[in-house]
Design a protein around this ligand. Structure first.
Ligand SMILES: [Zn+2]
Length: 309
């Protein structure tokens, strides 16, 4: 999409007088400067005005963040990373793009969206979860660790084939690696290479979750992960299965539902591949939330999602 826009804008510029070339250059410089100053969460009115002006000039669809010169290069990188993202149909793609734009604009008031995430798998139970997701036509995100063998490889392959996002949660899940950043990055890349090898993907999603969450890591590692091209994501809803092994199915179900009710866009953390009661809580959770009108989406690299650190 990004490259398409870029070529289209170039073609239009060729058809216009020089005035538009100068105007385009001025706007690009302004956007570049403002994006550096304002940073990632750019909600300033000035930027919006520039965005609207450039939309008119180049035929950008509304709601899309206008790129600076550096941003144009970043868009091309994003397109490559998105190639490792979920394989979804046109309807879900349209919904994902709508939500992505609203997240970027911090305009989520009218949304009822759930990003359901499964951490620490795959396991011998991943297949059951994938069956359930298929039954309810729900797409999710799997932050996996390094697990080998035929059953695990099949789980990896199904995650990708069935349109979920396969994401990185480090090979070893060892907290101690945060004290040795180079070893930590190597652990991340080891899983990245393994995911590609097992699934045949040429690119991975480049979505990442720190073991224990980013608040459990440190700024050296969070910055290092970003520098290596990953978007890291935490959560804003937990069911409690990460800190307790004694919650009942009913308690877990209620925690999921109550948590989602608190947000327009929920990022739900669970460990259903490892925890039996969590697996048992999924079906009622899905049924209830679907009935209430929530949409479940898989994550993608260029979405702005919750971070603790
Ligand atoms: Zn974990």
């Amino acid at each position: 999409m990004g490259q398409g826009h870029y070529y289209r804008s170039k073609r239009k510029i060729h058809l216009r007088p020089q005035f538009f070339i100068i105007l385009a250059a001025v706007v690009l410089v302004c956007v570049a400067v403002s994006s550096v100053v304002i940073g990632r969460h750019n909600t300033e009115k000035e930027a919006t005005a520039q965005s609207e002006l450039t939309d008119k000039m180049s035929g950008f669809s509304s709601g899309f963040q206008v790129p600076s010169a550096a941003g144009v290069m970043q868009m091309a990188v994003n397109e490559q990373k998105k190639a490792g993202g979920p394989k979804v149909d046109a309807e879900l793609r349209a919904k994902m793009d709508e939500v992505k734009a609203k997240l970027a604009a911090d305009d989520t008031a009218d949304l009822k969206v759930v990003f359901f995430t499964f951490d620490d798998g795959p396991s011998e139970h991943t297949g059951e979860i994938l069956d359930l997701l298929k039954k309810y036509n729900i797409k999710a995100t799997f932050f996996t660790n390094g697990r080998e063998g035929k059953v695990m490889e099949e789980a990896y392959q199904r995650i990708v084939k069935e349109g979920h996002t396969l994401a990185n949660h480090t090979w070893s899940h060892q907290y101690s690696l945060y004290n040795s950043p180079d070893a930590f990055y190597a652990d991340v890349e080891k899983l990245d290479a393994y995911q590609k090898q097992v699934t045949g993907l040429k690119q991975t999603s480049h979505l990442f979750r720190f073991p224990g969450g980013s608040a459990n890591a440190n700024t050296t590692c969070t910055q290092g992960i970003v520098n290596r091209g990953y978007n890291y994501v935490d959560w804003n809803v937990v069911c409690g299965d990460g800190t307790s092994n004694s919650l009942s199915v009913d308690q877990l179900t209620q925690n999921f539902i109550d948590g989602v009710h608190k947000h327009n866009v929920s990022t739900v953390l669970c460990h259903a591949e490892q925890k039996e009661n969590t697996r048992k809580a999924l079906e009622k959770t899905f049924k209830t939330l679907l009935k209430e009108g929530y949409t479940f989406l898989p994550m993608e690299y260029d979405m702005e999602l919750p971070r603790q650190l």
